[in-house]
Ligand binder design. Structure first.
Ligand code: ADP
Ligand code: ADP
Length: 231
């Protein structure tokens, strides 16, 4: 469902060019749980921006559920992004003046749904992440793990087939990280495609498949007997 072929992305600043992705190819099937692991500066954010339709490659092909993404303009990219991908970030990115449920409802504001429909869907998403009883709390009244649950509920509210998580546990202690990875794993078991980007080996190893990125080059890690070298 995701097919990336020979993707190249470079940045030029002050006459100097850095190639962040060197002819990267990656196929991700529907329902996979994939981790992309790599050290700082290896190209993870660049690849996430490409997969997430947040930026365009210099060359290469990107097919997202049959849609040829590499030729799209910014409007088309925004549309496909909103339909296909739910984003989860390290720092949750919740709006501080809105309650948990209002944060979750936000992506539905422009959907044409009325308030009661929006509320119903947001409640069901908060329930999926086990946080319905905190629906009316502000982000500051929630722990880091609870805030990440709200952010995951928000990522689910438009019912995207793909969840793209950028260091989802980067701001959490190890016990809370395990809980959040448990929530993500459950969503995968319900059929969603999950892509987790991380520099943390213990997080990557919870995925069913791991690819490693180093200096903008991807290497696949083998099946069950895989050994991901420490990064
Ligand atoms: P990671 O997320 O693994 O830390 P990035 O994708 O952010 O890696 O960076 C890959 C390489 O591209 C690095 O050398 C980085 O300095 C460079 N890079 C990333 N974004 C930009 C940018 N906007 N402008 C210039 N160079 C960039
Ligand atoms: P970093 O990886 O540097 O910590 P973030 O995780 O906050 O940065 O964001 C990763 C990428 O996603 C950035 O390119 C950013 O512009 C983009 N982004 C941030 N917030 C949103 C959002 N709410 N919706 C879509 N894209 C976003």
């Amino acid at each position: 469902m995701i097919s990336i072929e020979n993707m190249v992305k470079s940045y030029t600043i002050g006459g100097e060019t850095v190639t962040a992705l060197h002819r990267v190819s990656l196929q991700i099937e529907t329902g996979e749980f994939l981790a992309i692991i790599g050290p700082s500066g290896s190209g993870k954010s660049t690849l996430m921006n490409m997969i997430g339709c947040l930026d365009k490659p210099d060359s290469g092909n990107y097919l997202l559920e049959g849609n040829k993404v590499n030729n799209m303009n910014d409007n088309q990219l925004a549309k496909i992004r909103n339909k296909k991908i739910g984003f989860i970030f390290q720092n949750f990115n919740l709006l501080p003046k809105l309650s948990a449920i209002q944060n979750v409802e936000l992506p539905l504001l422009y959907s044409g749904m009325n308030q009661s429909e929006r509320r119903k869907i947001a409640e069901s998403c908060l329930e999926k992440v086990g946080l319905l009883e905190r629906a009316n709390h502000l982000p500051t009244q929630l722990s880091g793990g609870q805030q990440q649950r709200v952010a995951i509920a928000r990522a689910l509210v438009c019912n995207p087939p793909i969840l793209l998580a950028d260091e989802p546990t980067g701001a959490l202690d190890s016990k809370t990280s395990k809980e959040i990875m448990g929530v993500i794993k459950q969503l995968n078991e319900q059929g969603r495609t999950i892509i987790v980007i991380t520099h943390d080996l213990s997080i990557a190893n919870q995925a069913k498949r791991v690819v490693q990125i180093n200096d903008g080059k991807l290497t696949e890690k083998g099946g069950k007997e895989r050994e991901v070298s420490s990064v």
